[in-house]
Design a protein around this ligand. Structure first.
Ligand SMILES: NC(=O)c1ccc[n+]([C@@H]2O[C@H](COP(=O)([O-])OP(=O)(O)OC[C@H]3O[C@@H](n4cnc5c(N)ncnc54)[C@H](O)[C@@H]3O)[C@@H](O)[C@H]2O)c1
Ligand SMILES: O=C(O)[C@H](O)COP(=O)(O)O
Length: 528
């Protein structure tokens, strides 16, 4: 009997979906062309949803998706998915960023050559019966300058091919370094230098508030006469109205567009213009790319459903394998420290300050903070909390969050210390990972100790005088609670914290019996 149901709502390569189709844990339903209402009606039955760019995953759909844990996008762009709403609902969004890079790059190149040599126009004329050799004089790519805006996976592959064609390459990307530009033989440029100095301009950025209308009236006015423009990234990066004008007045000689501000581009004048080559968002439409993206996303979804590590989450910090190895013990420890702190906090939490010491501080620590939040907030919100929505729920509860890093600690090589500031008090919990014994809790409040963060712990604050442990042990024994081990932390003021690892939490009556023992100040139990 399959444990999980996955809905595939866009046409996705079945060959690529094999990992999901073969898993006995998973039932896959392929239902494409659903209307939004049809999707809302059935989405509540599914644990995961797999889409390309057609299905619009709106906040309304997410509201109805009560069981949904993950959305897989078989491709790069997630602009059809309401990612903030997914995060609020605790749904992981993953994409397949690598699988269609080459196909989209090759499509860009095909569009550039088709535009430069007017192949689609000549093709249509001949198909319509006219042998016209005069109207289709093109331009060579060799010795021309191409400006690439957005030098990520696709942009940089376009550069490799452009250089092979003898073009000079100008590139702009906020993350492009001089070393990388030099090693790839491209000139690191500003947007203005690209706008003013290119014969061909191609965009390969996502559509964001910064890239919306990156090329508009002002930029077209400053371009070389007869410039050629390409967009195989996202409609809206180029201002379509400004492009229509620039094509009509001859500033832009031609354009090649795979994507549009509205898709399909019904009534869009660009589609009608003779000097514009168009395709219906086909960048990723090759057999290879579709298999690649489906394989990537199917494997990742299976991992998520089976609780295994996964990559490429759009709404979670991504970790390299090396970082994951270093951080893994702290992810578990942080969640347990969060559970412990929540059990100790008796009034509302206002602020959480997480401090990382030693080599741990050099890592990407956000996932550890998320784990702490998950452990802590689960105490209040139950199973609704996960790694995706924990920071959102903390923000919603107006809990201030602060991360601090320090290169060394006086006692420990590495330490994770969290101060939870509540309405009336501050609770400190800290832990470390020791290669020999694994994760340990080393501080609770002001008490220093060394505890394995597992099982049920009974914490009794008491006056440090003879006989206390015996009295507590006798009461627990009488109630049939077995003590597995015990640790004590002491303060200079004569107060101790006795921590007993027990086989089960004592019942209310037993706890009260311990509480009234002379010299006992407080009793708590927590299961980690
Ligand atoms: N036509 C298609 O079918 C198709 C297929 C795949 C990808 N795409 C689209 O192509 C785009 C690029 O994909 P990718 O895989 O190369 O992504 P990528 O993340 O590897 O590269 C995008 C680059 O854009 C850069 N960038 C962001 N803001 C910028 C700005 N203001 N100016 C300049 N650069 C900026 C980023 O730093 C990044 O390096 C995405 O929008 C993607 O959705 C389209
Ligand atoms: O962002 C992408 O991966 C591309 O736009 C491809 O979209 P598609 O999967 O709908 O072809």
């Amino acid at each position: 009997m399959p444990k999980y149901r996955v809905l595939v709502s866009d046409p996705i390569s079945e060959q690529g979906l094999q990992a999901l189709l073969d898993s006995p844990d998973v039932e896959v339903d392929i239902k494409t062309d659903l209307s939004p209402q049809e999707l809302i009606a059935i989405i509540g039955d599914y644990d995961a949803l797999l889409v390309r760019s057609q299905t619009k995953v709106t906040a309304e759909i997410l509201q109805a998706a009560k069981k949904l844990r993950a959305i897989g996008r078989a491709g790069v762009g997630v602009d059809n998915i309401d990612v903030p709403a997914s995060t609020r609902h605790g749904v992981v969004v993953i994409n397949a960023p690598d699988g269609n890079t080459i196909s989209t790059c090759e499509h860009t190149f095909a569009m550039m050559m088709a535009m430069a040599r007017k192949i689609p126009q000549a093709h249509m004329k001949l198909k319509n019966g006219t042998w016209d050799r005069k109207s289709f004089v093109g331009v060579e790519l060799k010795n021309k300058t191409i400006g690439i805006l957005g030098f990520g996976r696709i942009g940089s592959e376009v550069a490799v091919r452009a250089k092979a064609f003898g073009m000079s390459v100008l590139a702009y990307d906020p993350f492009l370094t001089r070393e990388r530009a030099e090693s790839m033989g491209v000139r690191m440029s500003t947007v203005d230098e690209i706008v003013e100095g290119s014969d061909f301009i191609t965009v390969h950025t996502p559509l964001t508030k910064d890239t919306k209308h990156l090329l508009s009236h002002d930029q077209f006015a400053r371009m070389r006469d007869g410039v050629r423009i390409l967009n195989c990234a996202r409609g809206g990066i180029i201002d379509e109205k400004a492009l229509v004008e620039a094509l009509a007045n001859g500033k832009v000689a031609a354009a090649a567009l795979d994507v549009f501000e509205e898709e399909p581009p019904i009534g869009n004048p660009l589609v009608e213009m003779d000097n514009v080559v168009v395709t219906p968002h086909l960048g990723a439409s090759t057999e290879e790319a579709q298999i690649n993206v489906a394989i990537d996303v199917a494997k990742e979804l299976l991992n998520i459903l089976q609780g295994l590590p996964f990559r490429n989450a759009v709404n979670l910090p991504s970790l390299s394998n090396d970082s994951l190895r270093t951080l893994e013990p702290y992810l578990t420890l942080a969640e347990k420290l969060g559970t412990l702190a929540a059990n100790l906090a008796i009034d509302s939490v206002r602020k959480i300050e997480v401090t990382f010491y030693g080599p741990l501080a050099e890592q990407q620590t956000e996932p550890v903070t998320r784990s702490f939040l998950k452990g802590m907030l689960s105490y209040y919100h139950g199973e609704e909390v996960n790694y995706v929505n924990a920071p959102f729920l903390a923000e919603q509860s107006q809990i201030q969050l602060k991360e601090t890093k320090s290169s060394r600690h006086d006692t420990y090589t590495e330490l994770l210390k969290v101060s939870v500031v509540t309405e009336n008090t501050t609770i400190i919990v800290a832990g470390t990972h020791k290669a020999t014994v694994g994760p340990r809790i080393v501080q609770i409040g002001d008490f220093k100790l060394d505890l394995e963060p597992n099982g049920t712990l009974l914490l009794a604050e008491n006056r440090d005088k003879p006989g206390m442990i015996g009295k507590v042990g006798t009461i627990l024994g009488g109630a049939g609670v077995n003590i597995d081990s015990m640790k004590v932390g002491k303060l200079d003021n004569g107060i101790s914290l006795m921590v007993l690892a027990v086989d089960r939490a004592p019942d209310e009556e037993t706890r009260r019996e311990i509480e009234v023992v002379d010299g006992i100040f407080s009793v708590r139990d927590v299961t980690l």
